[in-house]
Ligand binder design. Sequence first.
Ligand SMILES: *[C@@H]1O[C@H](CO)[C@@H](O)[C@H](O)[C@H]1NC(C)=O
Ligand SMILES: *[C@@H]1O[C@H](CO)[C@@H](O)[C@H](O)[C@H]1NC(C)=O
Ligand SMILES: *[C@@H]1O[C@H](CO)[C@@H](O)[C@H](O)[C@H]1NC(C)=O
Ligand SMILES: *[C@@H]1O[C@H](CO)[C@@H](O)[C@H](O)[C@H]1NC(C)=O
Ligand SMILES: *[C@@H]1O[C@H](CO)[C@@H](O)[C@H](O)[C@H]1NC(C)=O
Length: 298
Amino acid sequence: MKLSYWYISLLPPGVFGLSGWPMGGTIVAGNAVQFDRETWEANLAHPNTTGYNSVVGFDVSKPWPSTQVDGWHLSINVTGDIPDSQAMNPSNATGKAFTGTSIFLQAPEYLRATFSDQDTIDETTWKICVIVIPNAPQENVTGAESSTCAILSSQCVSDLQQAYAERFPRNQDCYGTPPSTPSSCGDTINTGNFNVQQLPLDSISGKEVFVTASDPHDPNDERALSEAAQKTWPVLTIWGWNMRANASDDAAPTVQLSCISARDVEPGSESPPSASSRRCGSAAAAFIAACMAAYVFL
Ligand SMILES: *[C@@H]1O[C@H](CO)[C@@H](O)[C@H](O)[C@H]1NC(C)=O
Ligand SMILES: *[C@@H]1O[C@H](CO)[C@@H](O)[C@H](O)[C@H]1NC(C)=O
Ligand SMILES: *[C@@H]1O[C@H](CO)[C@@H](O)[C@H](O)[C@H]1NC(C)=O
Ligand SMILES: *[C@@H]1O[C@H](CO)[C@@H](O)[C@H](O)[C@H]1NC(C)=O
Ligand SMILES: *[C@@H]1O[C@H](CO)[C@@H](O)[C@H](O)[C@H]1NC(C)=O
């Protein structure tokens, strides 16, 4: 018994063997625990709204430190009506639905298969960590503002990046005690609540980094979808290395804070009120009154 206790406690967070998400590798938050991965993915493959933001990334097919390459991005899918009858325990179903959110860190197409064989994973010198900030302040911002993280001050953003680079250098895995919250971030966020995932490297092909679901709501509840589509998610990506890299002690990992939100409405879905606010930014003055009405409706 003792042995298995220690074994389990040594597994990184996220590898708890949640019944629906047995392989770990994904931060499972909120009511997403009610679903299994397969059902979840089938629903999130047909989202109502999506988002995409480029991030700094590296050519991971070459050993660390390699070179920076374009094409790495965060993406997000939001699906509004996941019936509770599809939850793992359908006997609890009452006809309600959940709104689900999945966040991905994806490599450019030509790098997605880099870690598809075990030998490459066993030999890699890379360590990639993703930290999702679940409790960032939410404000009325345009799509453009949300992707530049305007909800956090630029000082807070750079202090957070610096703090994480200093806290997780060298071979340090990303599950240790987080750095304290920089004072420039005020008390709106708390690093102790951030969700950390040291990425299983084969996740860069498109596996979820983070999933969450709303509270149960009536089916077709536009408000739940609108809230999920409007939410801005700050995400820290850390490009570090492991023991095999033989890196010098003064090398620093590359840390970037980026933001995404799922404001792009998929063909066939209606614009939730929040998504129309994005178009309001560029709309003619005549429409602005209508846009404000949409906000008030929220
Ligand atoms: C996310 O949504 C897009 C747009 O509909 C879809 O093409 C993609 O396959 C979805 N991603 C996943 C992992 O299901
Ligand atoms: C389903 O109902 C059972 C019995 O009431 C309860 O123990 C369980 O937590 C519920 N499961 C979910 C996923 O809500
Ligand atoms: C967003 O705008 C609405 C309407 O203008 C306002 O009522 C609400 O308080 C604002 N929310 C935030 C977080 O600023
Ligand atoms: C790291 O050092 C070991 C022992 O000196 C060597 O075998 C290995 O090839 C080095 N790895 C890299 C990536 O340079
Ligand atoms: C969300 O998408 C589903 C199927 O893709 C569609 O049936 C539903 O009407 C959409 N919801 C909204 C509010 O557009």
